[in-house]
Design a protein. Sequence first.
Length: 294
Amino acid sequence: MVKIPVNVRNSGEDDLLCGTASFSDVFFRFLEDGEMSSGNYWTSGDRNGYSDDEEDGNSCDLEESRAFWISQDELLQATLRRTSSIESRIRRATAEILREMNIESTICKCGTSPAGGCRSCWQREICNRMRIASFNCAVCKSKWKSASDIPSGEHSYLEVVDNSSSRRGEIRVVIELNFRAEFEMARASEEYNKLIMRLPEVFVGKSERLWSLIKILCAAAKRCTKEKKMHLAPWRKQKYMQSKWLGRRERAAETSADLPVNFSDRPAKSKASMLTFDLLDNLAGLHCSAVEVV
């Protein structure tokens, strides 16, 4: 079961998109306004317990470390605050759809209860509603082979392709429902965790912006593990993370925009053959009269 965050808050549509694809609540903070404050974010507090009597060598290392985390924080915020008109439109549409799904008593087509709604059903439903809203949206699956430095893997996410401007050309916008969770790390440093808390839980942005974020966050993960004297897991490396959203992918076949939007009322499309088709269940709705055989 893929984690879909459930601890969420409520906010206006002009805030940074920080929503979650949960059945219990949805929290949005839009990327346009960036309520994030930098100021004393990295300079306040006890500086992780570092004392003033550190040796000169250690003091230099500490200053270098602080400078690194401050620069990463500034880079991250600057990247998150940038946006475009197409990103803003898709972000608002995604926020509205998730709010609607949060209000509705929806149940996954696979039968999962609302509290544990599965990722694939959420993605399909959001995709259908985005298409109804006239966006060229599809569920994408990336899959990559193992290499000397990373293992094989696969990942699914939503993608909107915009071709409305011949001047700009094709614009690819990624929608990731569990963006922050993808970068969370066990036993991470305080500095790394503060950086991760800057991230929206639901990311909506161009692939170029996503590439910049991955670069910043993977550099932070590498620094964190080095300072904590931990091994950097291969699935934390930049190459692996880029493969999730920026590698080769397959777009799922387009679904009809005329389908009902409440997927709790829509039967699942059977992929079974006639050998496994439940004929009795399907005949039950025909209301055939009984015939006595004499």
